[in-house]
Design a protein around this ligand. Structure first.
Ligand code: 26Q
Length: 841
């Protein structure tokens, strides 16, 4: 059948309606044009008349100046996609951890120098203004930041990919440390206005909740189901431009905000309760109020389920409506031209929701709808912890999404008959694999729903993808081996090297030219310089400057002074027991004991930085934060440690802090229990910026070590297999008794040295280390961790050797670009053709 694409300019039926196209000359990129526009916005739009240094208004005027330059490229990209009638991908994610947009926008528009000059002429400093931008913290950690890096790479590769997410009013909480304890403060990031977003009320969608289902016979005599008496909520889209790297492409991140409909519940309350009925609008507005700050699933919260369905439903309706607008309502090629990538199970309501839209609303037959669904959905898993797999009580679905529940049951019946066909009589397997987990409070296993409804299931590092097939999803792998694949994560080098490390960027550009910014494998060309004394000298000079910048941040936020000559040893990431920040602080205590014992021959001065947020309800992780703070306070206050050891806990770790942290780091701590960290992405940011890694054979660490070579990586700890084996008769007390270092550390910890006046405070931590049940096996890896740390310290004392290893780490980081990751997603899952944007006139 002939495709019915419409060509640009947009058709009269476009949601924006008929009208003449405004024809404007392109905006200048020279300092003069930029300064004129900046002045105009500052005075005429923002109503200011005097420049008083960097303020929210100067930031906004600058953002609007740049946004104006994105607009035409944005429109040209949209028309190019429409005109080519290209296949598209939609990236569905409850999280997009975007951080700041200004630096990235200037880099991608090649406008940084001109902007700096324009501002300088007005007596303003670009770096100070950039500091005024709040982080868009709409994510917890790795999974949310990965989505943001993916968008950057998709735009750079000119792939027609749109992000769909939620516009949380409050992002990830701000972490304060008070008396060593984490205190959560709300992050009202939109308070000063968000100059990057464009409200698009004309694309508002309606999302249903509650109500009941009824059957009816349609005019063709077919039995159909409709969902009635629902509570409806409006989804209003806010679009953020996603510029590619100097290529004219600007893709879209569309975030939904929930609001009440005008008729919201008015009937129910109308009996003389007008104010109450207006107040009841709150329920609708609350859906996108706040990001859930858990990075492992906290099950059973109805608001979270509302959020998940709200995203899935609004996004699918949007994609289908847009498709129908461009194809005269014809869905016959929808499956061939669309793909929905599910960022973990969080948006997996999309599977039954697409079925509902196709069957109930579009009138397709079940089989046809299932073919479309399973040809368009693809699922990415981000965890190996069984306790983090999402499950929802059936009763909640029945209450909130009754029609979806019926559809899930129907999917399950059909799915289990396929299982029974493959393994006749194996009822145990049917029970194991059922999407519905039976029991007193039956649950829906969202991962199983996602696997059954998708044509692709991927893990995020080689080890992780293998373990999924062998463990968590073994039965499913046996049923559908062809669905399973690996896509090792990456990070975007535009933000995580070019923008955040201008010193290193200049040195690399001077040496191998700037092709690496769009092709990271070119960093290999640095390897021959690793032994070049002059290059090493310049590399070291850049690192020292970055360490001074990091030291200034640490001193500002913690009061602790870091000496840039010392080894900067850094672990920043979410606080979780499996990531073993505890192992790190036990090592710090060990170093302190050595200092106190006078065992400081051939010492390497070391500054240890730890940072990260704990889920507000995760008591043990919060107690570990308190321990780190108490240990740091004792050590830093003891004159014996002067010039030998410093420790600090950096409050409120976030994207913009990482942009200062990773360029200034020497040693990157990637010390999770093997088999627990799906991939890690911080490990890649550190490596790219020339840090050496101390790490276990876990997640992407394995691939990092393979790329850089064993001589430039400090390996320790049990392998995943050994963890599995030792688990069976794990005896941490025997390990402690047999290791003098660990015995002394435990003695000091148990003596109350770090909790004077707080008796017994750390008992739960001591207990967890000594427990044969300790899932993270901290004691088991301590001795080999200490040895690896000694190797790292010795390596650092040989300055030239360290610098060589640092250069080789950057040189070997080419594989860890999201450009590579996205190319693999595209070649093996999405199968999109790059579409160049129409040129800016
Ligand atoms: C689920 C239900 C209810 C509330 C919260 C959640 C929830 C939210 C976020 C569950 C998990 C997350 C985030 C998980 C995450 O960030 N995982 C990390 O993903 C990275 C990118 O693939 C990997 O590199 C990390 O190894 C993995 O831990």
């Amino acid at each position: 059948m002939q495709d019915k694409a419409k060509s640009s300019p947009p058709p009269a039926s476009s949601a924006e309606g008929e009208g003449r196209i405004a024809n404007l000359p392109p905006l200048g990129m020279d300092p003069k044009s930029l300064a004129d526009d900046f002045n105009h916005y500052y005075c005429h739009i923002l109503g200011r008349d005097r420049y008083k240094g960097a303020t929210n208004s100067t930031f906004k005027a600058l953002a609007i100046t740049l946004r104006a330059r994105l607009m035409e490229r944005w429109k040209n990209t949209r028309y190019a996609y429409e005109e080519s009638d290209c296949r598209r991908t939609y990236y569905l994610s409850l999280e997009f951890l975007m951080g700041r947009a200004l630096g990235n926008t200037m880099l991608n528009l090649d406008a940084t120098d001109a902007v700096r000059e324009a501002l300088y002429g007005l007596g303003l400093d670009l770096e100070e203004i950039a500091e005024r931008e709040p982080d868009a913290g709409l994510g917890n950690g790795g999974l949310g930041r990965l989505a943001a890096c993916f968008l950057d790479s998709c735009a750079t590769l000119q792939l027609p990919v749109k992000g769909y997410g939620l516009r949380y009013e409050y992002g990830m909480f701000r972490q304060e440390i008070i008396d060593g304890y984490q205190v959560e403060e709300p992050d009202h990031w939109l308070r000063g206005g968000n100059p990057w977003e464009m409200e698009r009320p004309e694309y508002t969608r309606l999302v249903q909740f509650g109500g009941r289902t009824e059957t009816y016979t349609d005019d063709q005599g077919r039995k159909r189901v409709r969902w009635v008496d629902t509570h409806d909520v409006l989804a209003i889209p806010y679009d953020t431009p996603i510029p590619g790297y100097r290529n004219g492409t600007v893709n879209t991140l569309r975030l939904w905000k929930s609001t009440a409909t005008d008729v919201f519940d008015l009937d129910e309350f109308n009996a003389g309760s007008y104010p109450e009925s207006v107040a009841a609008k709150n329920a609708a507005e609350h859906i996108t109020m706040v990001l859930y700050p858990n990075d492992a699933s906290e099950n059973g919260k109805i608001l979270r389920l509302r959020q998940q369905y709200f995203l899935a439903s609004a996004s699918l309706k949007d994609a289908i409506a847009e498709w129908k607008r461009l194809h005269d309502g014809d869905l016959s090629t929808f499956a061939a031209k669309n793909c929905f990538q599910l960022n973990d199970t969080h948006p997996s309501c999309a599977v039954p929701e697409l079925m509902r839209l196709l069957v109930d609303e579009e009138g397709l037959e079940w089989e046809q709808a299932w073919r479309i669904t399973t040809a368009t959905m693809a699922y990415t898993n981000h965890t190996l912890l069984p306790e983090a797999l999402e499950r929802w009580p059936v009763r909640m679905f029945r209450e909130l999404l009754p029609r979806l529940l019926e559809i899930i049951y129907d999917i399950n019946v059909q799915f289990l008959s396929e299982v029974a066909m493959r393994w006749p009589g194996d009822t145990g397997r049917q029970q194991r694999m059922s999407i519905i987990e039976e029991g007193p409070d039956p649950q829906i296993r969202m991962a199983y729903l996602a696997i059954a409804g998708s044509f692709s299931v991927n893990g995020v590092a080689e080890l992780h993808s293998r373990l999924l097939k062998e463990g968590l999803f073994r039965d499913f792998y046996e049923l559908w081996p062809e669905k399973f694949n690996n896509k090792t994560n990456g990070v975007t080098q535009r933000r995580w090297l070019a923008a955040c490390n201008p010193g290193l960027r200049r040195l690399i550009d001077d040496t191998i030219h700037n092709g690496w910014i769009a092709d990271l494998q070119q960093l290999r060309k640095l390897a021959p310089y690793a032994e070049d004394p002059e290059f090493r000298r310049r590399w070291h000079a850049v690192k020292q400057k970055n360490k001074a910048r990091l030291a200034a941040l640490v001193e500002r936020d913690t009061g602790v002074r870091f000496d840039p000559e010392a080894l900067f040893d850094v672990q920043v990431k979410r606080m979780h027991e499996y990531k073993r920040q505890l192992l790190n602080i036990l090592h710090v205590i060990h170093l302190y004991i050595r200092i106190k014992a006078g065992d400081t021959e051939n010492w390497t001065n070391r500054c240890v930085l730890i940072g990260g947020k704990a889920a507000p309800g995760y008591a043990q992780a919060k107690l570990i934060i308190k321990l780190i703070n108490n240990v740091a306070r004792r050590i830093n206050a003891d004159p014996a440690t002067e010039g030998l050891l410093r420790a600090a806990f950096l409050p409120n770790y976030r994207v913009s802090a990482m942009e200062v942290i990773c360029p200034g780091t020497d040693l990157s701590e990637q010390i999770s229990t093997a088999g627990k960290e799906a991939s890690g992405t911080g490990n890649m940011k550190f490596m790219m910026n020339g840090a050496l890694t101390i790490g276990t054979l876990d997640g992407a660490n394995i691939e990092i070590r393979e790329e850089v070579g064993d001589d430039h990586f400090f390996l320790f700890g049990l392998t995943e297999h050994e963890v599995h084996e030792q688990r069976k008769n794990y005896d941490p007390n025997a390990i402690i008794a047999g290791d003098e270092n660990l015995s002394r550390v435990m003695n000091l910890l148990e003596s109350g040295h770090f909790n004077q006046f707080e008796a017994g405070l750390f008992n739960p931590i001591v207990h967890s280390i000594r427990s044969p049940q300790d899932p993270w096996m901290v004691a088991a890896d301590f001795p080999s961790y200490v040895r690896a740390q000694e190797q790292a310290a010795a390596h650092y004392r040989d300055r030239d050797r360290w610098i060589t290893s640092s250069i080789l780490n950057t040189a070997a980081s080419g594989r860890f670009s999201t450009d590579r990751t996205i190319k693999e997603y595209n070649e093996e899952i999405w199968k999109l053709t790059p579409v160049p944007a129409l040129p800016v006139k």
